[in-house]
Design a protein around this ligand. Sequence first.
Ligand code: PEP
Ligand code: MN
Length: 337
Amino acid sequence: MIIQLEKNISAEQKADIIARVQDAKFKVTEVDTQRASYLVGTGKAEVDLRTLGQLPGILDIHRVSDDYKLVSRKWRVRPTVLDLGDGVRIGEGSLSIAAGPCSIESEAQMEKIMQHLVENDVRLMRGGVFKPRSSPYSFRGLGMDGLKLFHQMARAHGIKIVTEVMQVSQVEEMHDYVDVFQVGARNTQNFNLLDALGGVDKPVMIKRGISGTIEELLSSAEYVFSGGNEKLILCERGIRTFETASRNTLDLNAVPILKEKTHLPVVVDPSHGIGIREYVAPMALAGVMAGADGIIYEAHEKPEEAASDGQQTLNFTESARLIKNLRKVYALRQELE
Ligand code: PEP
Ligand code: MN
């Protein structure tokens, strides 16, 4: 069960509620986020929520049978919309588009892509400065120096940044230069990292694990939420299957399923999802029709020269065309809804 507490609850009232929930054979976890305070009760016993809900200090009480609770739509029915400031929002009511290179490479590269984004009215740029690479000999990113430059240039262009954080020690040093922290597919179940991101007041986009289930993705989001940060986005980026014709299998089934199970925004990454440039655009459009709140994809002035993931990266002509089509398909979806 989830109990949302009143803002001005007294210590005695809270202690009384906790005692009553424990008496009903529930384990109680206290959760304080930037937004509100909750008690999460886990247990199997039957309890009369109406009687319990009468206790002073309780704003709202819900039974949530899912293993994840605070991210469940059984509790918060209205979709969460994140406000990144300067008119940039992620969630129901708009289609977010984030594009950019797999890796941040240089000032000149960033200047080109930012111009491309501004020309196409895209306000979110992706780009890794800490890169998880399968081989230790591959380019591993420009690190903090690259991020500082990325941030400075993004601010000058009115662009918000989505970039990957790989370990706990980076959370603090990256904090002031990031608009959305990305948790990569290799770190979806890095629970220490998720705990650390629970302590920040910036949005966190969690990618689905390479072999991760939808339930596991939701549980990872629950870590961050219960750690204190409600600003979450989930990303379907393809899973590893027996299929070898594509890099991963983009599981678009996950989109309507997630949209039903959680109130959090859901975005699709077709670049890593299929891994083949020619097929990125159709899968992106399919992601929108499946119900995604946003699309995040890789773009570069010269994909064949990209430091990483060039084979799945769109050039600017392809990217501009995709942006137009994404907006058309989103408008069509709204018409059909
Ligand atoms: C990326 O976004 O460049 C990336 C490494 O993604 P993923 O964690 O989904 O592989
Ligand atoms: Mn990549």
